[in-house]
Write a protein that binds this ligand. Structure first.
Ligand code: GRF
Length: 201
């Protein structure tokens, strides 16, 4: 039976689209059962609707505090019984309730080679630092900011004359391939996490 993915998004949803396209092939071994956003009106949620996937939108501003929002997010995701929750361009940090429920099966993709350049501006920070190689990282989310055990990374050379936008676009192209390859392999073959060491079988 196909593994169940819940995907969390905030924006354009090109990583989500890559997953939706991959899941269209039964051999891939996964289906996206729900897509959740932290804001209304994202292109990502439109993509999910076009694919006939259930969606929900939970803006933090609709809740008294972050803890209440985190609990609401947990409560919306849990009934979908995900094998894996994938944060794909989701620009919010999950809190205690979410991590205690989904820790060890909640992955995020980040547009830098962690532990370099965590946070909201990975491509910009890499460019400003003058690195010659950057990339993207798929990792298990823990309580820190982009600090969890690493599943996979892909390198992307920085080119002379790059802007943040065109560098990020090249990173995203590599990031999408990395995401669908490793998520597919994780759900089909399984994985172990021992301390910081992730082994995908
Ligand atoms: C990706 O680079 C992701 O790593 C970052 O934001 C981008 C999201 O792109 N956090 P998209 O919404 O999947 O197109």
């Amino acid at each position: 039976m196909a593994a169940r993915l819940v995907v969390l998004v905030s924006g354009a949803g090109t990583n989500l689209q890559a997953l939706l396209d991959a899941c269209a092939d039964p051999e891939y071994g996964a289906q996206v059962v729900a897509v959740g956003a932290d804001r209304a009106g994202t292109r990502a949620v439109d993509r999910a609707r076009v694919a006939g996937v259930e969606t929900f939108e939970l803006p933090i501003s609709a809740y008294d505090d972050r803890g209440a929002w985190d609990q609401a997010l947990t409560d919306r995701v849990a009934p979908h019984e995900p094998d894996l929750v994938v944060s794909a361009g989701f620009m919010k940090l999950a809190g205690e309730a979410f991590l205690s429920r989904f820790g060890g099966r909640y992955v995020n993709t980040h547009p830098s080679l962690l532990p370099a350049f965590p946070g909201m501006h990975g491509p910009r920070d890499a460019l400003h630092h003058g690195v010659k190689v950057t990339g993207a990282t798929l990792f298990f989310v823990d309580a820190g900011i982009d600090t969890g055990p690493i599943v996979a990374q892909v390198a992307v050379p920085v080119e002379h004359g790059d802007t943040t936008d065109n560098l990020h676009e090249r990173i995203k192209a590599a990031e999408r391939k990395m995401l669908i390859y490793w998520v597919g392999r994780m759900v089909r073959n399984g994985f172990t996490i021992e301390g910081r060491k992730v082994v995908v079988l």
